[in-house]
Unconditional design. Structure first.
Lengths: 908, 438
């Protein structure tokens, strides 16, 4: 037996049965019959069926029969596999095998002023949309990688050119080393997408929300393209042609799964989503998408935390992520989600088996594991008629193993690809290595894991906090209503609403909280915030980015949500930045810590959009200064142009039988014209404020709010005349030229003139103490205290059009209230409890408990990582992370950062 | 209540300085002995006199005490009746680029960060701009002195202490070149990648870079020490010469450093050169209080109005940090970043008081403790006899923005003008709108 194996391996060195007909041969033809009979094997036909002592007949690249007791016809080479196993070879639905992975270099920074495609030809305007890329035209066999993959047991893979947002078609290929002509199973296997613009040199998009907007616009453009005759566009034409293929979307993390799925639903698609393996964190939400998933098993290495000081650099999220990631495949299985596994992202394909066994130890069934590496991926890329199981008529793609596939000591002995034999295991070479490896794994014992928390970060809760009926007794209640400030009063919260306010209320079934000596105010409302977003808050590559939506990038896992609850904030308007005159659409959220991104959104609120004026828009302090506009004169014309076009667009769309192209940017502007979307405009000096008011008057739109509005005090009468609200800083100035005359009396003057005035944060730190900022209205100009508190409660509610729900303490309004330890405008006031919808998301005494438990959990995980290291587990060095904070002016490049980090990762 | 109060009622002039003067000129020298009567005196050393008197003459405090138990001769005094009001020592803003910057985004107005990595010869005092519009906005909240500090590089240069009512920097200086500022080389934090991927530079490489910078520092200090002991150096070196006073103890070494391991390394570095440093920043000082105490190290705590250092940290840790350190027995100074922001310094101390420190001790962190660290406590920092008459009167608790209301302020006995650009603009436009009213 041994002899046969070796000699056969030598024989098969260059020729094959199905050599291409069209290729000339240098010498005599040497075509073999390629007829083999594998006998006495345990044949795992598929995940449900195993034939023991079976026989497999193949001829050329095809399986002829599989069964037991099969008579072997003459002319077959018989290979006796007694005690061995035959499995379908593995299929990977997500690889970049055989294409060069190009990645954009970071030298030029995020903004290079490249506004349209640099690619020559009749292609689309943006290089990130490259559906014209077809892998079958660029694929070339990579013998080294093929060898690695075959050794891990793979027989066929989907080859994706991982570049761009619309990435074109992939090809399904086998891992044979014959000519490309014979190994491409399906030249167009899937159409591929991501949020990463890849090597595109265009500035746009710089942000995740820009990527989302660009992809959505591309779908609309493609629909329009199919119905028009004036333009020829290869990109859109190819895009349309690919719509019936399987659609594979590479997304990072469960939140991006939800984002991708939202796009899919908008256009009647169902993506197959390749993700990162954190789905266990929100398995229900992931399941609800209905998407099939391609899941990596590149579990993170333990952090080297022998020194406790180093452990401080590792977050609870990272520690728990290390512990829980291996449970992910099992969790997906239990949830009934269809998924395949990919070797993508592993340091080396050889780690595949180690990690898949880890996943099995952590709850993945062997049957599901087999499905996830054979039939499921084959079906995903439409090659299940050829591979994935061992059936008559399918390709002779199978592996021979020494044992049952998932056993620890199992070896992949041979990998047959299209009937061609590859010896994948040389006996005398690696024996000792794999045995010791197996031993190590056996000593890994402690499988007890901590529990999930929501959100999956510090201060997350193991179980959802409950809405309570609560009677807050005997406090000083700042109602913000005509009742004013009530002494020794009660507030009853029920079913998420304020049930009643007054003296000596009866508790009924409500839990009573004694608030004697304390103050109760409505929850604070921040008109201008940039927390709880991800992938950049500025899409500043063009002078208008009205098409982008903060709604698309809400990040429920941001610890700043919790930190701000600790400062009494309950509602925040998350705004686009101020890099361009027309920014993106805003999203109002409630700080519902632990809920999903969608659940954070303030239901039924009006849509807002960020506009901006001044230095940021002009790019005075950053950028190349090549993007229009660079003066306040140009800023005016940006708005004039935008609204003029929007009016024309509106008319064109309304025309009977209109074939006008849907434009997401102008849609948002039309909404403003129709009073369905409202402007909040970042503004500084009086000239520009005056300018925008005049533009609005002349083009027939309204300005709802001026935000920042630091020279509002100079034009307060003009604002008042137009009913415009103001949301400003209490005392910021001197941080740039346009705040040379910003004064802390600004709020007071505007308030006295009769403008609805608020103080906002624009800063994750300041938002933690907006009540103190309101206190500064008392310091600078002596605003009455009751009015001053309204600067951060009722007034922002009014300008956000939500004062019918929040902003005051009144029966029927949302139960968003704060209990303060002292006078709420005082430096000494601490928020002791913050309720949103009657749920106490912040409780200063519970927080102490949570921190204690968190420290215990961290200690447990540190110990576990130390154990793992001492048993020889791989580790990585912890590096402290500085958190990502966004302000108005934050300009970054989502894709560039993705590429940067990925490049480093590959080089590790 | 002292019965003399009544008889002196007429003498109690509380003249408010003229509003909205075009020029805000430095005040002339004190001409007459003055007595502040009846106020709650917050001495800045932890004590309080509920109903006190404070007499000052020729710029110095000449008498202070409990007004209910002494008999005072008021004939020689101008008297300021301040019943129910509060008197505080002038607050001192440590480690600020006040007067070195006017508009953060305008390069021409920035004078705090020089080119070069090792700049011990750079001196802030010569660039301090007494005509900046900013100091007047701080005075009206009680901040009357500042340590004007250069930034940037590993060794940024020397700070100087100034008072905030002066014609020019020579006038302003209280103590020139009080401290040398060193930014301890640290491994930079990375920003978390999207999609949980690794950092852009390998941790090993980052660590190596840090160590190289520390090695450079070691060499600089060793050579400077040797240079200071050389009677006639072969080559004159301005950098090394500027470090002389570090080794003879007349200039302090302020090391800007935050994390526990780095704090240990920085303090040990200084000790090796026989220097007792002051730690500035000290985010994680609370984790190494014993060590700091053993080494007699003062800490200038970064602004309490800050986000926690790490995601997993107590969300209120920055508020609590200073109190933890004071209660551990350290000499603690509270600071705030920036220059225009310094008008919020009082509220930093207020925050510290709200989160665990006795209010008078909290006051100390922006008065006497600061003076000690800057080496000016013999002449200022508290209300004590013989010290500079640098203090102010507030109608309410000055550590709380709700009640901070500075009515009068004195610097070295001079009755300073509390007007500022912001009050002037407020008046200009409030007048406009008032005139519009029917």
């Amino acid at each position: 037996m041994k002899k046969i194996l070796l000699s056969l391996a030598l024989v098969f060195s260059g020729t094959f049965l199905f050599a291409q007909q069209t290729y000339p041969v240098n010498g005599s033809y040497d075509i073999r019959q390629g007829m083999y009979a594998f006998t006495n094997a345990n044949i795992v036909v598929n995940a449900n069926q195993t034939i023991s002592n079976g026989t497999l007949l193949i001829k050329g690249q095809t399986i002829q029969s599989v069964g037991s007791g099969t008579a072997i016809p003459k002319g077959y080479v018989v290979i006796d596999l007694k005690g061995k196993y035959i499995y379908p070879s593995l299929v990977d639905a997500f690889t970049s095998y055989g294409v060069t992975e190009a990645s954009r270099q970071g030298a030029g920074g995020p903004r290079q002023s490249i506004f349209i495609s640099t690619k020559k030809g009749a292609y689309g305007w943006n290089e990130a949309i490259r559906p014209e890329t077809h892998v079958n035209t660029i694929f070339a066999i990579d013998t080294k990688k093929a060898d690695d993959l075959r050794k891990a047991g793979f027989g066929s893979v989907n080859v994706i050119n991982r570049d761009g947002i619309s990435r074109g078609t992939s090809s399904a290929v086998t891992l044979s080393d014959e000519r490309e002509n014979s190994i491409i199973l399906k030249p167009e296997a899937s159409a591929n997408y991501s949020f990463n613009k890849g090597t595109s040199q265009n500035d746009y998009p710089t942000s995740l929300m820009g990527s989302i907007a660009l992809l959505r616009q591309t779908y609309y453009d493609a629909q329009w393209y199919g119905k028009q005759k004036e333009e020829y566009n290869i990109s859109l034409e190819e895009f349309n042609k690919q719509q019936n293929l399987p659609q594979i979307f590479e997304a990072d993390g469960w939140q991006n799964i939800l984002r991708a799925d939202k796009i899919a639903k908008e256009f009647g698609k169902q993506y197959i989503i390749k993700s990162t393996g954190d789905e266990y964190q929100r398995i229900d939400a992931v399941k609800a998408t209905g998407a099939s998933l391609i899941i990596p098993i590149n579990f993170v290495k333990a952090y080297d935390v022998e020194d406790p000081a180093d452990a401080r650099a590792v977050t609870l999220t990272q520690m728990k992520g290390w512990e829980m990631a291996p449970t992910n495949p099992g969790v997906l299985e239990k949830a009934g989600i269809r998924f395949s596994l990919t070797a993508y992202g592993l340091d080396k394909p050889g780690d595949f088996w180690t990690n898949i066994r880890t996943a099995i130890d952590n709850g993945l069934s062997q049957k599901q594991a087999l499905l996830a590496v054979t039939e499921v991926p084959a079906a995903m890329i439409g090659i299940s008629d050829k591979v994935g199981t061992i059936e008559k008529g399918k390709l002779a793609n199978f592996i021979i193993t020494s044992d049952s596939l998932f056993k620890k000591n199992n070896l992949v002995l041979e990998n047959w690809v299209q009937g061609k034999r590859f010896i994948t295991y040389q006996k005398n070479e690696k024996d000792t290595v794999s045995k010791t490896a197996a031993k190590k794994e056996e000593s890994k014992s402690n499988l007890s894991t901590g529990s999930l928390i929501y959100p999956f970060t510090a201060f997350g809760n193991a179980s959802p906090l409950k809405q309570e009926s609560v009677l807050l007794k005997n406090a000083t209640v700042w109602t913000n209503e005509k009742e004013g400030i009530l002494q020794n009063a009660d507030v009853l919260l029920e079913n998420g609403k304020i049930k009643s306010v007054g003296k000596n209320l009866s508790a009924g079934n409500a839990k009573v909280i004694d608030a004697t000596g304390k103050h109760i105010t409505p929850g604070l409302i921040d008109e201008h915030s940039h927390i709880a977003g991800t992938g950049g808050i500025n899409e500043g590559a063009q002078s208008s980015s009205a098409e982008v939506r903060i709604a698309d990038i809400i990040n429920s896992e941001d610890v700043n949500i919790y930190r701000q609850l600790a400062g009494g904030v309950t509602t925040s308007q998350i705004l686009h930045g101020s890099a361009n005159p027309v920014g993106g659409q805003a999203q109002l959220i409630k700080l519902r810590w632990g809920k999903l991104p969608e659940e954070l959104k303030f239901a039924g609120s009006d849509g807002f959009i960020k506009f901006a004026l001044g230095e940021n828009v002009k790019q005075s302090n950053f950028g190349t200064g090549a993007r229009f506009p660079v003066t306040r004169m140009g800023v005016e014309q940006s708005f004039v142009d935008q609204f003029t076009r929007a009016k024309e667009y509106k008319a064109a769309m309304a025309a009977k039988g209109s074939t006008a192209r849907r434009d997401l940017e102008l849609d948002a502007i039309v909404e403003i014209l129709d009073n369905k979307r409202f402007i909040t405009c970042h503004s500084y000096v009086q000239s520009e404020i005056n300018m925008l008011m005049n533009v609005a008057d002349s083009l027939g739109f309204k300005i709802n709010t001026f935000t920042h509005i630091l020279e509002g005090y100079k034009v307060a009468d003009k604002m008042k005349a137009r009913g415009i609200s103001a949301s400003t800083f209490s005392d910021w100035w001197a941080y740039k030229m346009e705040v040379a005359e910003a004064i802390p009396y600004n709020g007071k003057i505007m308030h006295n003139v009769g403008i609805t005035t608020a103080f906002n944060s624009d800063d994750a730190e300041m938002a933690r103490r907006l009540n103190q900022e309101a206190g500064k209205a008392v310091l600078y100009g002596g605003v009455p205290e009751e009015d001053a508190l309204k600067f951060v409660t009722l007034n922002p509610a009014k300008m956000l059009h939500i004062d019918n729900k929040v902003g005051s303490i009144k029966a029927g309004k949302d139960a968003d209230v704060v209990i303060w330890s002292a006078h709420p405008l005082s430096i000494y006031a601490k928020a002791e409890k913050t309720f949103v919808d009657g749920i106490s998301y912040w409780d200063i005494s519970r927080d102490e408990q949570v921190r204690k438990e968190q420290n215990t959990e961290r200690a447990r995980l540190i110990k576990k990582m130390q154990d793992s290291k001492s048993k020889g587990g791989k580790t990585q060095r912890p590096v402290a992370e500085s958190p990502r904070m966004y302000h108005c002016e934050t300009v970054e490049d989502y894709s560039l950062e993705l590429n940067e980090s990925e490049r480093t990762h590959t080089h590790e | 209540m002292n019965r003399y109060f009544l008889t002196l009622f007429l003498a109690a002039a509380t003249a408010v300085s003229g509003f909205a003067q075009a020029n805000i000129s430095p005040a002339p020298a004190q001409s007459k002995q003055t007595c502040i009567l009846g106020a709650k005196l917050h001495l800045g050393n932890g004590s309080v006199i509920e109903n006190g008197y404070l007499i000052f003459d020729k710029g110095k405090i000449t008498a202070i005490g409990d007004a209910t138990v002494v008999r005072l001769d008021f004939t020689k005094n101008e008297v300021i009746q301040a019943n129910g009001k509060h008197v505080y020592p002038g607050f001192i803003a440590p480690v600020t680029n006040l007067g070195l910057a006017e508009f953060e985004s305008v390069k021409a107005s920035l004078d705090f960060s020089e080119i070069g990595n090792l700049n011990p010869h750079i001196r802030s005092i010569v660039a301090y701009n007494t005509d900046s519009k900013v100091p007047a906005t701080l005075r009206s909240n009680g901040v009357l002195m500042a340590q004007v500090t250069p930034q940037g590089g590993t060794v940024s240069g020397s700070s100087s202490v100034v008072q905030l009512d002066a014609w020019n920097w020579e006038d302003a200086a209280i103590k020139k070149d009080d401290a040398m500022h060193l930014n301890w080389p640290v491994t930079p934090k990375i920003r978390p990648g999207f999609g949980n991927r690794g950092p852009a530079l390998s941790p090993e490489l980052l660590k190596e870079r840090t160590q190289n910078s520390i090695n450079e520092l070691e060499q600089l200090f060793a050579e400077a020490k040797a240079y200071s002991e050389t009677a006639k150096p072969a080559v004159t070196n301005a950098r090394l010469a500027a470090m002389k006073n570090l080794f003879n103890g007349t200039q302090r070494l302020f090391i800007h450093v935050d994390e526990q391991k780095d704090i240990l390394a920085a303090v040990n570095f200084a000790k090796k050169h026989q220097i007792t440093p002051v730690v500035v920043g000290g985010d994680e000082a609370y984790l190494v209080t014993d060590f700091l105490k053993q080494n007699n190290v003062s800490v200038v705590v970064k602004q309490p109005h800050a986000l926690p250092n790490a995601t997993d940290d107590d969300v209120n840790m920055p508020y609590k940090n200073a109190a933890v350190l004071v209660n551990a027995g350290l000499n603690v100074v509270v600071s705030i970043d920036g220059y225009w922001q310094q008008r919020n310094l009082p509220f930093m101390a207020g925050t510290v008081a709200a989160w665990g420190l006795d209010p008078e001790k909290a006051l100390q962190t922006i008065t006497l403790n600061t003076a000690k660290v800057l080496g000016i406590d013999k002449r200022t920092g508290s209300l004590e006899m013989g010290k500079d008459a640098t203090f102010f009167i507030s109608s309410g608790d000055a550590l709380d923005m709700r009640t901070n209301h500075v009515e009068k302020a004195f610097i070295q006995g001079r009755d300073i003008n509390l007007d500022n650009l912001h009050k002037q603009l407020d008046k200009k436009f409030s007048d406009k709108y008032n005139a519009q009213k029917p």
